[in-house]
Write a protein that binds this ligand. Structure first.
Ligand code: NDP
Length: 297
């Protein structure tokens, strides 16, 4: 069998188009421009690239982008003060603090100081609790993007066996909650899971979010299963230079799976598209406007 490729790049472009359409409507009908504030502390090169890309795509969708770049030695009090100002700023509907933060800053404290209704990353403890209890919440962008692709491909996910490999707060756990919310039977696997290959072989849906290059081979995959590869790993090429690979061995999985997301061009582009979607959703909720359809869980 040769798997269908789930094209995250094309899907993300469609989501961005839907966001832009909704933004235009909000501007025209309500005179409101959704705004996203991104806070970057320090000069981590990968974070700088992400923040630039987020700002550019925010503006392309017709929204306002506010970038706050702080020195690596910024104090916790100064960062909390900035977040308090952004919480109070009526032009800001979404706030994202780029992670990881420098070691002297308390990540949990910082994230939980963001107003929950502006927490477009969905990491605030209130949003985690709302998602866990099946209530309306801001949903973390990466798992939201995975869910959108799965719903688009399958229609209903009800009754499917799903295995999420990885139990992080930003991907694995919220992914499992979302799949449960769509009535999958969900298993969360992690580094202590016994006989992971057997666990994965029972899955109709596999979401790999581990951070280990090409860890999941094709012979772990049930024929016809859908494989969502969240991993982004940079590895050396034999001929020199580097390339990006996922947590799944794409070549062997593509021979067995029914559908698979590539790396790059799968989950990655969907993550930023969902950040834009969350920003417009946050803006609608804050102002009591009709939310865009299909852009949240
Ligand atoms: P974390 O390091 O926070 O979590 C990794 C998880 O994998 C842990 O739960 C860990 O288990 C589990 N794990 C590690 N080794 C094994 C193993 N041998 N067998 C089974 N499980 C294992 O990573 P993240 O969740 O933050 O990210 C995962 C991957 O997704 C990374 O490659 C990251 O770059 C990528 N990513 C991609 C995004 C995108 O936009 N596409 C966004 C966010 C992340 P335990 O808890 O027991 O240690």
């Amino acid at each position: 069998m040769s798997a269908q490729i789930i094209d995250g790049k094309a899907f993300a472009a469609k989501v961005r188009g839907q966001v832009a359409e909704h933004v235009t409507r909000i501007k025209e009908e309500n005179g409101i421009t959704p705004g996203l504030a991104v806070v970057l502390v320090g000069e981590d090169p990968a974070s700088q690239v992400y923040v630039r890309s987020k700002g550019k795509q925010t503006v392309e969708a017709g929204m306002n982008s506010y970038e706050h770049k702080l020195d690596a030695d910024t104090s916790q009090d100064d960062l909390l003060k900035l977040i308090a100002d952004l919480n109070a700023d009526k032009d800001v509907h979404g706030i994202l603090v780029q992670l990881p933060l420098p070691k002297h800053l308390n990540e949990d404290l910082v994230i939980n100081s963001i107003a929950p209704e502006k927490d477009v990353d969905g990491f605030h403890i209130s949003n985690v609790g709302l998602l866990g209890t099946g209530q309306k919440s801001m949903v973390p962008c990466t798992p939201l993007g995975c869910l959108m692709m799965l719903r688009d491909y399958h229609g209903s996910l009800s009754g499917m066996n799903a295995v999420v490999i990885g139990r992080s707060n930003i991907v694995g756990k919220p992914m499992a909650q979302l799949l449960l919310g769509d009535s999958c039977t969900v298993t969360i696997a992690h580094s202590r899971t016994k006989d992971l290959p057997a666990v994965v072989r029972g899955a109709d849906i596999v979401v790999a979010a581990v951070g280990r290059p090409e860890m999941v081979p094709g012979d772990w995959i049930k024929p016809g299963a859908t494989v969502i590869d969240v991993g982004i790993n940079r590895i050396d090429k034999p001929e020199g230079g580097t390339r990006l690979v996922g947590d799944v061995d794409y070549a062997s999985c593509a021979e067995v799976a029914g559908a698979v997301t590539p790396v790059p061009g799968g989950v990655g582009p969907m993550t930023i598209a969902c950040l834009l979607a969350n920003t417009v959703t946050a803006c609608c909720r804050i102002h009591g406007l009709v939310e865009p359809e299909g852009l949240t869980a």
